[in-house]
Design a binder for this molecule. Structure first.
Ligand SMILES: [Zn+2]
Length: 362
């Protein structure tokens, strides 16, 4: 087992490579962009410019996906109150939204007085996609992220909304930030770090689509059938997009703004009716299968998501490598089987839980 000399990633991490000096491709790619990522002054101005470019041109200025979690709730507050944007919000119902998430979504939408809609794909299709992703990646999550990314773009395009904003944290944005990774959003991140350019916006979109379809490419009938269906359900008609003079831009709010989890929780507590989760043991109480996924990931590959996420913090100098390694090892050694979350996952995806657990314990 090789571990990167600079971060916490080791040879079990998907699509990792090490150079002659023992440093991984994720550290090297981050390094290439570090001066831009850390140039807060340029980024703040760049965000304002992007907003000024599109403000008040259409019925809505931007589309924001909200999950009921703290980050998207905070972003909604800022877009509406600080930047004075006309925001349309929507929730991609991945089939695993918790009651806690639903309550926060309804509370935020009504107290902020913003328009909102839910979108839930046909369950038979979505289940097939999740099961397929499990077969390929071990976990179902790409079946949700592809849908959330794709439909946010689709709805923005179809409704003439020039901006799509998302509230992924820096750890989520940069944890698979390298061309070799399976994160389809890498080209969006790279282009967010530069000034807006209309031509580049279209090229970026095309490379994201290429990466997305790459996730599902291959020869088998099952794959290509699923791919056709996925494109039809999650994406706009690309011939229409190519012929349009309004192609939405996709922006990560926390590429341009500082992120501090404690500050956000405190801010929401003082300024909104957003409620923190009562379940302190789960950091993602908006998704019912989050804990099951982390358990499967650990049993199957030997790491939890904390490892790539803290690796981002190490690269950014927010925490020392030694300190981060200790945190990761503590979490990994104390991971327990999350009974309820596994039950939900197996029931909804028609999986046999004993077979799944048997596979994991091999
Ligand atoms: Zn590394």
């Amino acid at each position: 087992m090789v571990t990167c000399k600079m971060c916490l990633l080791n040879s079990v991490f998907p699509n990792i490579r090490f150079d002659d000096t023992g440093v991984c491709n994720f550290c090297r790619h981050y390094e290439k962009y570090a001066s831009r990522i850390e140039n807060r002054d340029f980024l703040r101005k760049s965000f304002v410019k992007r907003i000024e470019r599109i403000k008040r041109l259409y019925e809505y200025d931007c589309l924001l996906g909200i999950s009921g979690g703290k980050d998207s709730s905070y972003v909604l507050y800022m877009l509406k109150n600080r930047y004075k944007l006309r925001v349309l919000t929507y929730t991609f119902d991945n089939g695993f939204l918790s009651d806690y998430a639903l309550e926060n979504i309804n509370n935020m939408v009504s107290s902020f007085g913003v328009d909102h809609f839910f979108y839930k794909p046909d369950w038979e299709f979505h289940k097939k996609l999740y099961r397929y992703m499990m077969k390929v990646f071990g976990i179902p999550c790409k079946g949700c992220s592809v849908g959330a990314y794709g439909t946010s773009f689709k709805f923005a395009f179809e409704r003439n909304i020039p901006l799509v904003v998302h509230g992924r944290t820096p750890a989520q944005i940069f944890r698979e930030f390298a061309p070799e990774s399976s994160d389809p959003a890498v080209p969006f991140v790279e282009s967010n770090l530069l000034e807006f350019d209309e031509k580049r916006n279209l090229q970026t979109l095309m490379s994201v689509v290429e990466r997305l379809t790459g996730l599902l490419s291959g020869g088998s009938k099952e794959k290509s059938g699923l791919m056709d269906e996925m494109i039809k359900v999650f994406f706009p008609d690309f011939f229409e997009v190519l012929g349009s003079d309004m192609i939405p831009e996709f922006l990560g709010y926390f590429i341009y703004h500082d992120y501090n989890e404690d500050f956000i929780k405190k801010f929401l507590g003082e300024n909104t009716i957003w409620k923190p989760s009562e379940d302190e043991s789960s950091s993602h109480s908006d998704c019912l299968i989050h804990d099951a996924v982390e358990y499967i990931r650990y049993k199957m590959f030997g790491y939890t998501i904390l490892r790539p996420e803290l690796s981002v913090a190490v690269r950014q100098g927010r925490i020392s490598r030694e300190e981060a390694l200790k945190l990761v090892e503590t979490e990994e050694s104390s991971i327990r089987k999350p009974g309820y979350s596994l039950k939900v996952l197996c029931e909804r995806l028609d999986l046999d839980c004993n077979t799944l657990l048997g596979e994991l314990n091999k």
